[in-house]
Each structure stands twice: as structure tokens, then as C-alpha cells.
Design a protein around this ligand. Structure first.
Ligand SMILES: Cc1cc2nc3c(=O)[nH]c(=O)nc-3n(C[C@H](O)[C@H](O)[C@H](O)COP(=O)(O)OP(=O)(O)OC[C@H]3O[C@@H](n4cnc5c(N)ncnc54)[C@H](O)[C@@H]3O)c2cc1C
Length: 383
């Protein structure tokens, strides 16, 4: 977007664009709300069969080992065709973590089903009493011989009710000081006896997340990733991957297209003041694209991102909210319509898009928490 393709990259882009145009079902294009698995997963499987589901994974694990520019081209082309958001907990979160921290047996068991899309993962970090202050989590895992017994509750777990496995942070040493020294990283089969999952509806009307209750759930000891009580280090590495993945400019690019469509339909596109704001927004989307490619490059070289992940998380999520405010302006009187607005230039889901953008500055660590991270780790300000 902010650079020109080389000849080989141009050929790759054409190949990707042509294939996506021919293969992405029309019903899945430009969706604001993520489709349910029955509708979405066949598309995941199609991408997987094509070998394009994990551009960022190394070839040795079945990925594409795509270059940075190829990864960005894929992102841009997926945005261009309006591809829906796939479940990313496996591909972007636990997948890279397993590659970095898991045993050979854990990798062999869990990585292939993520690629194939036969297993969906959920992230079990947050609890009713532990969100921003994650180290205060209280879901307890007691080691009894060859297994853990897990008791407690997770909340806001994206797609838990559609998932097969959860990677969870659990307290294995309640006495440990500091508190994070008593946390471990466990892989939990969500079909195990003693697990109850209750979906939660969001303000946008979708039930994206759920509460998960554990009542003396037996988890084999070999499902521990890394060492006992060493989960915090892994959790933080994963948060870096998560912040980067949620900052993918695909969403912002699609939001920009939505604004343009709506502005053409309402006529505000000819208003010079609106044009100024639209130009500023476009520049910021380009800046995000540049930041994202820089961050991906750092990740490719060093495994996990540091405070850069916080910078890009703040910029991308707050930009998405600004874009959605512009969408409301472009929609004028149509802004409050509950259903998508039909225009001569296409259908635009204004209200759902706006409402959904409210959540982005919360998940993966809120904007306030990211600013605290930067204040401490980059600016060395006191606590
Ligand atoms: C759509 C969505 C999907 C999610 N998916 C998942 C998931 O799959 N798995 C998972 O584990 N979690 C998930 N979460 C939960 C998310 O990680 C938490 O909501 C987030 O970490 C904030 O925690 P909290 O909700 O407990 O809010 P709190 O921590 O109670 O924070 C409330 C407010 O206080 C502010 N605040 C808190 N502490 C400080 C501080 N020290 N300094 C300044 N301000 C502060 C926060 O910024 C926020 O504005 C999801 C959340 C959303 C919205």
C-alpha cells in the first residue's frame, strides 16, 4: 500500500487477487459481524487446502514461510475482496507460542489441526476478578500425580462456545510472591467433563464471547506448556503476538472502503471539509500499514515483540474507532439504522460496524494499559 511491488511480488499479488476473486463466496464478502463456524469454516478449509492459511508460519510447520511483503500483499488482497475474519486464536496466538515453547509431542499433536481448521482454539486469560490485572487470576490447577485438577472461571472468552481447546493461564502456586510467579500455561480440552460454557451477547448483537466454568476438570500433566509456574513469561510472549495480530490493517482498510461507499451514497463525498477528514483517515491507514509491516519484520527476526506491540495496538484500535466515527458522519440520517443500509454503491452495515469498534480498545489489553506499558518500559516513568 505504501510501497511498490517488485515484479515477482506483482505476480504474486495478481495470483492471490485472481484466486480470491474466484474462490471467496460472495455471501462472505464485506461482513461486519463474523459469520458462525458452519458458514465460516468451509472458507478456512478452502484457504488451508490452497496452502495459504498461514503465510507467517514456517514451512517446517506447514506454513508458507512467506516473505514480509508477501504477507502484507495477502493482507491487502484479503481486505480488498472483503474477506471475513477467521478465528485467529490458533493461527496467530497459540500456534506461534507452541512453535517457541512447546515440546515436540505438543507441536505434533496441536499444530496440524490448526492449519487444517479441524480444531478451534479459545484463549482463557480473563476472569471476573482478573482483566487488566491479569496476575490476580484465581482459576486453580492442582497437580495430582499425572494430571491437574482445574477449578474456576474464565470470562470474555472469544468463541469459547465454538471451540475445541483452550490455552489457559491457571494458578498452580497460590502462595507464590510475586503473584505472577505462581501461574502456569495449560492446554485444556473443552470437551472434558466438568466444563460448562455460556455465550454472552455483545451490544452489536453477536455472541462473540462466552463464560467458561471449570468444575474439577481433569487435565493431563503433559498439557502443561513450558515449566510449572513459568506461565507468565509465555503469557506475555503471547500477548505480543495478540496485539500485533489485532493490529492487522485489514480491518481499517475495509472500514475505509465502507466510509467511501457510504459517503458516495449520501453525497457528502463532495464536501471539502469531509474530504479533508477522509484524506487524513486514509493517510493514517497507510501509516498503520507501514507500522504493521515494520512490526511483522521485527517479529520475524526476534520471535516476540516488546513495547512496539503496545504502540501499534493503541494506534490501530483508536484509528478504527475514528474511522467508524467518520462512517457515522458519512451515513448522516442513516447512521442509526439497525440493519445494513442499502445504497446504489453497495450495502453498508453502519451501526454494527460502529458498535463493534468500541470493543477493540479493550481486548488484548486496554489502551490505558498499553499506555502504562509504554510509560514504564519505554519512558522509565515511576509506577
Ligand atoms: C470483544 C472482546 C473479546 C475478548 N476476548 C477475550 C478472550 O478471548 N480471552 C480472554 O482471556 N479475554 C478476552 N477479552 C477480555 C479482555 O482481555 C479484558 O476485557 C481486558 O483485559 C480488560 O479487562 P476487564 O474487562 O476486566 O476490565 P478492567 O481491568 O476491570 O478495566 C476496566 C477499565 O479500567 C481501566 N484500567 C484498569 N486498570 C488500569 C490501570 N492500572 N491504569 C489505568 N486504567 C486502568 C481499563 O483500561 C478499563 O478502561 C475480550 C474482551 C473483549 C471486549
Amino acid at each position: 500500500m505504501f510501497r511498490s511491488d517488485t515484479t515477482a511480488e506483482g505476480e504474486f499479488r495478481t495470483k492471490v487477487r485472481t484466486w480470491l476473486e474466484a474462490n471467496l463466496p460472495f455471501g462472505l464478502r464485506g461482513r461486519t459481524v463474523r459469520p458462525l463456524p458452519a458458514e465460516l469454516m468451509p472458507w478456512y478449509h478452502t484457504l488451508s487446502r490452497k496452502g495459504w492459511i498461514a503465510p507467517h508460519w514456517p514451512k517446517q510447520y506447514g506454513g508458507m514461510s512467506a516473505t514480509l511483503n508477501e504477507q502484507i500483499i495477502m493482507t491487502e488482497e484479503l481486505a480488498r475482496v472483503g474477506a471475513p475474519h477467521l478465528p485467529v486464536q490458533g493461527l496467530n496466538h497459540i500456534g506461534p507460542i507452541l512453535m517457541e515453547f512447546a515440546t515436540a509431542a505438543q507441536k505434533a499433536l496441536h499444530l496440524p489441526p490448526i492449519l487444517a481448521g479441524t480444531v478451534i482454539w479459545a484463549q482463557g486469560y480473563s476472569e471476573p476478578g482478573a482483566g487488566s490485572d491479569l496476575a490476580s487470576l484465581s482459576t486453580r490447577a492442582t497437580l495430582e500425580g499425572d494430571h491437574f485438577v482445574v477449578k474456576g472461571q474464565k470470562i470474555w472468552t472469544t468463541w469459547a462456545h465454538h471451540s475445541d481447546w483452550m490455552f489457559a493461564l491457571v494458578r498452580t502456586d497460590p502462595q507464590a510472591q510475586p503473584r505472577h510467579a505462581g501461574i502456569s500455561f495449560l492446554l485444556i480440552d473443552l470437551h472434558s467433563p466438568g466444563i460448562r460454557i455460556r455465550p454472552i451477547k455483545t451490544i452489536a448483537g453477536d455472541d462473540e464471547f462466552a463464560e467458561v466454568f471449570f468444575d474439577d476438570v481433569i487435565v493431563p500433566a503433559e498439557n502443561l506448556v513450558g515449566k510449572l509456574h513459568d506461565g507468565w513469561r509465555i503469557a506475555n510472549a503471547l500477548l505480543g503476538h495478540e496485539r500485533l495480530a489485532t493490529s492487522n490493517p485489514q480491518t481499517a482498510m475495509m472500514a475505509l472502503e465502507r466510509i467511501k461507499t457510504m459517503a458516495r451514497a449520501s453525497g457528502i463525498i463532495t464536501d471539502p471539509a469531509f474530504q479533508d477528514r477522509l484524506a487524513a483517515a486514509s493517510i493514517n491507514v497507510t501509516a498503520l500499514s507501514a507500522m504493521f509491516s515494520h512490526a511483522v519484520q521485527l517479529t520475524n527476526n526476534e520471535h516476540s515483540l516488546g513495547p512496539e506491540a503496545s504502540v501499534i495496538k493503541i494506534f490501530s484500535t483508536e484509528l478504527l474507532q475514528t474511522l467508524n466515527e467518520l462512517l457515522i458522519e458519512a451515513a448522516g440520517g442513516h447512521a442509526s439504522a439497525k440493519n445494513p443500509v442499502t445504497t446504489n454503491f453497495g450495502e453498508v452495515d453502519v451501526a454494527a460496524s460502529f458498535l463493534q469498534s468500541r470493543r477493540v480498545t479493550i481486548y488484548g489489553g486496554s489502551s490505558e494499559i498499553q499506555r502504562n506499558v509504554l510509560a514504564r518500559r519505554v519512558l522509565n516513568l515511576p509506577n
